[in-house]
Design a protein. Structure first.
Length: 131
């Protein structure tokens, strides 16, 4: 997965976290079986922190479609944990498959849900360090 300028949403901390997300997906797409579980654990930890930050911004700013966005985050985390569980049971190659699937998911999520959140955050201008 390669970083694209279209992923830039104009909220510096969000853009930085998204760049890290893309970098980790790229690493997972090429991970050797023996390192897959450790890298997947790190990716899940990063993604949980990433989503928790966005969830906090949504709550603090009164983002109207918060439940839809948070629900999407919860579904992704559940899927990632399922892949990790299967990797631990002898299918580490699934982490590479998941990484390939994450590219299209992220592209859509960033262009829709995260773009809407970024626009909202710019509009309300009440989150310190964001706008």
């Amino acid at each position: 997965m390669k970083w694209k300028e279209s992923y830039v949403l104009g909220i510096a901390p969000m853009d930085a976290t998204h760049q890290e997300f893309v970098d980790q997906v790229t690493a997972l797409a090429a991970v050797a079986d023996e390192a897959a579980i450790l890298l997947m654990e790190r990716f899940i930890a990063h993604t949980e922190a990433h989503f928790a930050q966005e969830n906090q911004w949504m709550k603090a700013s009164g983002f109207p479609p918060i439940h839809c966005h948070v629900g999407e985050h919860q579904r992704v985390i559940a899927s990632l944990k399922s892949v990790l569980s299967m990797a631990r049971r002898g299918k580490p190659g699934l982490t590479r498959e998941m990484a390939r699937d994450m590219e299209s998911w992220f592209e859509n999520h960033a262009a829709t849900m995260d773009a809407a959140l970024a626009a909202h955050l710019r509009h309300v201008q009440q989150i310190p360090g964001i706008c």
